[in-house]
Design a binder for this molecule. Structure first.
Ligand code: FAD
Length: 405
């Protein structure tokens, strides 16, 4: 079902072509199977293969490395389309995209040449790992450690436990944030003594590389299909040339840069899920009759539809604005924070209204809205909670509107 909501002005022919191809793929290959796969918590292997063929894994990777060299906006609009089909599939791409982005922005020439072409083809698949069992919001408190092994080659030995890795099992490259105190005098700010390590591994569970264990999938309320895992490092050896950018102490900045584009991505996912919920709600409201007429003809339901559509529009506009700001080379933390905050909150509200419109049937697993209802909450948490977004937004506002004296 397509309509006039969530249109984007000023797209190029190429962008329009990519988006219409992806929408077609979502309608034919994702929507018909998403709910069934979700209920079985099954990895969408065929869908992922199809997206590889479409080049989606290399969408933003520069053409010189075999990607399509597209903008963050094209990427975000693609994610919106995919999330409209099934949010978990956009999650499979998101961490891959963040790692590719971090490599593109901060990697050494050798790292870019080695990883990016394989990532563009979807042969190497990325995950990224900041969170630990004791922390998620407060990244500067991580305890996982990287220590030089004392040999001439300057290799590192990593120890620690990580939590909540999206694609932890299916990925073959994990960008892992660890504390590396070397070279940083006592009293250095915590975020200045962190390093991002590029850890290659086998896909799967168990000991996937000496010193590195992926215990198994975390059983989740929604966001199924995609694997979310812990990661345990116990004497994991990583060569010095697998420090992102070749320099220790820059990891916090790398991750925050990655998360900034990730926030636009989560906003886009919120937009896609909300659009689907609106489609389901507006369709059901015209089919279900009560008191002698379709429920869409009751003003209370029509008002719900009006509110839902307005939220879909507003979230889309803010998400597009945040992506365009980053594409223009400007800092977009304020816009990305606002877009992520608004899109995820609105998504939850639109899904809830679509659920209410379905009456009792919304509670049945036979109806798609039941799946969306369990998926929307993840967007309130991932890539920084609402409270964290508001901290970022508030801080930036006080910088921008500082009064003199
Ligand atoms: C399905 C899923 C997938 C994920 N994937 C990844 C991934 O791929 N990689 C990764 O690194 N992480 C991932 N995460 C982790 C995610 O980023 C964290 O869960 C999130 O940042 C919140 O951290 P936390 O769970 O530790 O909550 P906490 O930080 O413990 O926060 C608990 C509550 O306190 C609030 N709070 C915290 N600090 C403040 C404050 N200063 N002021 C006011 N309120 C505050 C929070 O908003 C929240 O409501 C994933 C999480 C989930 C659920």
């Amino acid at each position: 079902m397509s309509g006039r909501l969530a249109q984007t002005e000023g797209l190029t022919d190429i962008q329009r072509e990519i988006l219409s191809t992806v929408r077609d793929f979502v309608d034919k290959e994702i929507l018909p199977v998403a709910t069934e796969l979700e209920h079985r918590d099954e990895y969408p292997t065929r869908i992922v293969e199809g997206l590889k063929d479409l080049g989606v894994f290399g969408l933003m990777i520069p053409e010189e490395y075999g990607g399509l060299g597209e903008s963050l906006l094209t990427y975000a609009l693609t994610v919106e389309e995919i999330a409209r089909g099934w949010m978990s599939v956009s999650g499979i791409i998101n961490t891959h995209f963040i790692v590719a982005y971090m490599l593109k922005q901060h990697g050494t020439q050798e790292q870019k040449e080695y990883f990016l072409p394989k990532m563009a083809a979807g042969e190497i698949r990325g995950a990224f790992s900041m969170s630990e069992p004791a922390l998620g919001s407060d990244v500067s408190a991580i305890t996982s450690k990287g220590v030089r092994d004392g040999g001439d080659d300057g290799d590192f030995v990593l120890t620690g436990q990580k939590m909540w890795l999206t694609n932890g099992g299916s990925s073959t490259l994990v960008a892992v944030l660890c504390r590396t105190d070397e070279g940083h005098p006592e009293g250095t700010a915590p975020h200045k003594s962190m390093t991002t390590f590029l850890v290659e591994k086998e896909a799967g569970f168990g000991e996937v590389r000496p010193g590195l264990t992926i215990p198994g999938k975390i059983d989740k309320m929604g966001y199924k299909g995609v694997d979310t895992t812990e990661l345990i490092m116990d004497g994991l050896r990583v060569p010095a040339d697998r420090v992102l950018g070749g320099e220790t102490g820059r990891g916090f900045y790398h991750m925050m840069d990655g998360v900034e584009v990730g926030r636009v991505n989560v906003a886009a996912r919120g937009c896609g899920v909300a659009q689907r919920a609106f489609e389901l709600g507006v369709s059901y409201a015209q089919q279900r009759h009560t008191f002698g007429k379709p429920i869409a003809q009751h003003q209370a339901i029509q008002f719900k539809l009006a509110e839902m559509a307005t939220k879909v529009e507003a979230a889309h506009a803010m998400m597009v604005n945040a992506a365009r700001k980053k594409d223009s080379g400007q800092r977009n933390d304020l816009e990305a924070g606002m877009a992520k905050y608004l899109a995820s909150e609105y998504c939850k509200e639109v899904v809830e209204d679509a659920f209410r419109i379905h009456g009792g049937y919304g509670f049945s697993k036979e109806y798609e809205i039941e799946r969306l209802y369990r998926e929307a909450p993840m967007l309130l948490i991932g890539e920084g909670t609402a409270e964290i977004q508001k901290m970022i937004i508030g801080r930036r506002l006080l910088e921008e509107y500082r009064i003199q004296g």
